[in-house]
Design a protein around this ligand. Structure first.
Ligand code: SAM
Ligand code: SF4
Length: 362
């Protein structure tokens, strides 16, 4: 059965849904037609944000999603429950926009932690507000946190995020550590002429603090559609820069569906005494689509199979139309069967998705 079979109208303005299930086996999981199985769910809790990172949002912000279009806390929890109980999802990451802007985040995390089997749970955040929320989130059952930070220099931070809040992010990171969220990963995007000289400093700082640094290649997901392939810092450049100060060896551990290529930093240990690591996420130059195990849910209840999808399948309509859990699960399976083999950034016909990163959920 597909969303269309249920007679549910598509969300106005949303991308067209996937409907073809030709060849799909009778498998309850989120299998796709290229042999992959999605077990990792990224849930966007809002498209709003209190920063304006230049590679993500315009200075004036965006037209936010009207409140009634966004899923309520109960609706989010229901979809997460369906994903865990019926579709085999094992890992949930809450993101946005800025997920800490969601007042009910602790309740959503608590309800997710009560699911059986209990999924692994993490939040990707810009860190603002973590000083106040880390204790409650840890108590509710959050396992891990990823904090985005592109520079340790106050003026640069203000230039990149268009807000003078570096100290608040650093305090948020410390609060996460004090409340036992572990590991703490720091996500960094490097941009030429802005912070591309800072990789070794960021790694030295992360090693001292016990955080795991992960440097992400900038992707064509900015609201202004201004990304240029020849203006991005590649993983190769990142590694060359880090190696000016550190000796890195490839992590022999199995990578699985993880986006980050991890390297051991010679001479350093992490907080638990194991070798310290640094990650590079080469989404553009060394894509990992072949092992992708992700499915995504936008804040308005649309399934996206990839950051770069041109299709979305509506679950909110089924949910609000009185659909059963099994109908929701069935629609989600249909969406995933249509997942493309790769993001296609290098294809001549590549089109940047209409939704920017902040509205997809990074
Ligand atoms: N606001 C939260 C934060 O910044 O962590 C969560 C949402 S944000 C969209 C998630 C991640 O996407 C962040 O680490 C951010 O640096 C990254 N990101 C945003 N735009 C990006 C782009 N164009 N290319 C690569 N990463 C991007
Ligand atoms: Fe906000 Fe995160 Fe986008 Fe920065 S990257 S503008 S913090 S959503």
């Amino acid at each position: 059965m597909s969303v269309l079979d249920l007679g549910v109208p598509a969300v106005p303005g949303a991308a067209t849904p996937t409907t073809d299930t030709t060849g799909r086996p009778d498998d309850a999981r989120l299998v796709d037609s290229w042999g992959r199985v999605a077990t990792d769910l990224r849930v966007s809790l809002t498209d709003r944000c209190n920063l304006r990172c230049t590679y993500c949002m315009p200075a004036e912000g965006l037209e936010w999603m009207p409140t009634e279009q966004a899923l309520t806390d109960d609706e989010v929890v229901r979809l997460v429950r369906v994903a865990v109980e019926r579709l085999g999802v094992q890992e949930i990451r809450f993101t946005g926009g800025e997920p800490l802007l969601r007042k009910g985040l602790e309740d959503i995390v608590g309800a997710t932690a009560a699911l059986d089997p209990r999924p692994e749970m993490s939040v990707t955040t810009n860190g603002l507000g973590l000083t106040r929320r880390a204790a409650g989130l840890a108590a509710a059952g959050l396992d891990r946190v990823n904090v985005s930070l592109d520079t340790l220099r106050r003026e640069r931070f203000a230039e990149i995020t268009r807000r003078d809040r570096l100290d608040d992010v650093l305090a948020g990171l410390r609060a996460a550590r004090e409340h036992g969220l572990d590991p703490i990963k720091v996500n960094t995007v490097l941009m030429p002429g802005l912070n591309d000289d800072e990789a070794p400093d960021l790694l030295a700082w992360a090693l001292d603090e016990g955080y795991e640094l992960r440097i992400i290649e900038q992707m064509p997901l900015d609201a202004g559609h201004s990304w240029q392939r020849d203006r991005m810092i590649t993983a190769e450049q990142v590694l060359a820069s880090l190696r000016t100060r550190f000796t890195l060896t490839e992590d022999p551990a199995e990578r699985g569906g993880a986006p980050a290529e991890r390297f051991l930093v010679d001479g350093w240990t992490g907080p638990d005494g194991s070798p310290a690591k640094v990650g590079v996420i080469a989404s553009v130059t060394r894509p990992f689509c072949g092992t992708c195990d992700r499915t995504r849910l936008t804040a308005d209840g649309q399934v996206r199979t990839c950051l770069f999808s041109q299709t979305e399948n509506d679950l909110r309509g089924i949910l609000r139309g009185g659909g059963t859990d099994e109908e929701i699960a069935a629609a989600w399976r249909v969406a995933m069967w249509g997942k493309k083999p790769g993001h296609g950034i290098d294809d001549p016909g590549f089109l940047q998705p209409d939704r920017p990163m902040s509205a997809i959920g990074g």
